[in-house]
Design a protein around this ligand. Structure first.
Ligand SMILES: [Zn+2]
Length: 287
């Protein structure tokens, strides 16, 4: 009976170990991403025309952008993506009133070339409600300048209709919403897993990335490591997902060594799984 319980627990742990990997989605079929070898940082700019129905100056908007990139996406050590607060971009009024997709309301966006962003990420307030379908939608985002799976530019339109709900959000919520939209701009789609910034419902109360967000941005923007013939493992896990990674590994190691004792051999599957959990977390975040 005890062995059965151990095996059952082992199965549960193995399921947890692998089930949630790669639950993130991409917002395009070619895994497009910004080329981080060609540039050190991607600038996130705001359109100079400002907002009509949202009480934010361009400087306040840039401050929110800075907090969004520094609190969320720039904290992933396993990702090569680095974003920075940009500046005020002088753009056409099309960005304030035009359509981001020429077929609003349909699931697949036909990109409007008039709103193509030449480089980086542009955030623009937009007063045309059909971009958003209704006022429960806070913003829409799409990489709209993509060539050979490389994103040159991406556009984020903030719902600036007179009945918009963005204006009533707290600063913290605005930061989370902007960070979510930046997630789309860099190539990510939605996840169905809660506790992630890219949750499809876009609950604007996030204050950190979740496991899936980290998986996604690491997949699109891996850190290239030279082959040195000598592996290394970072001990800095402060921003690398939930759980104590190093303690888990050490715990698994100690218990695995205990397998040398016949007295605890019946626990082998459980101990081995704990060890694998630690190994999986370490390697997932460092390779
Ligand atoms: Zn979204």
């Amino acid at each position: 009976m005890a062995r059965l319980a151990f095996n059952f627990l082992n199965t549960i742990l193995i399921t947890i170990l692998w089930a949630n990997t790669y639950a993130f989605t991409l917002n395009n079929s070619v895994a497009a991403s910004f080329d981080m070898e060609a540039q050190d940082e991607i600038a996130v700019n705001v359109a100079d025309h400002g907002c009509t129905n949202i009480d934010l100056t361009n400087d306040q908007f840039l401050s929110i952008i800075e907090e969004a990139v520094d609190t969320f996406w720039n904290r992933v050590h396993t990702s090569s993506l680095r974003l920075k607060k940009g500046g005020v971009s002088n753009v056409s009024t099309d960005f304030q009133t035009g359509l981001i997709c020429t077929n609003p309301g349909e699931s697949s966006c036909s990109i409007n070339p008039a709103l193509s962003v030449s480089s980086g990420i542009l955030i623009s307030c937009n007063t045309t409600l059909s971009n958003f379908t209704n006022n429960s939608v806070l913003a829409v985002s799409v990489p709209n300048n993509v060539s050979n799976a490389v994103i040159r530019g991406a556009l984020i339109l903030i719902n600036d209709d007179s009945g918009n709900t963005f204006n009533g959000l707290s600063r913290t919520e605005k930061v989370a919403v902007i960070a979510h939209e930046i997630g789309h701009a860099i190539g990510l789609g939605h996840t169905e897993l809660e506790d992630n910034l890219m949750l499809f419902e876009s609950i604007p109360t996030r204050n950190a990335l979740g496991w899936d967000d980290i998986d996604g941005v690491t997949y699109l923007y891996p850190v290239e490591q030279p082959i040195s013939g000598c592996g290394s493992i970072s001990t800095d896990f402060s921003t690398k997902g939930p759980g104590g990674l190093l303690p888990t590994l050490l715990f698994g190691l100690i218990l695995t060594f205990l397998l040398c004792s016949k007295k605890v051999r019946k626990g082998a599957p459980l101990f081995l799984t704990l060890f694998l959990v630690g190994i999986k977390k370490i390697f997932f975040f460092t390779l």
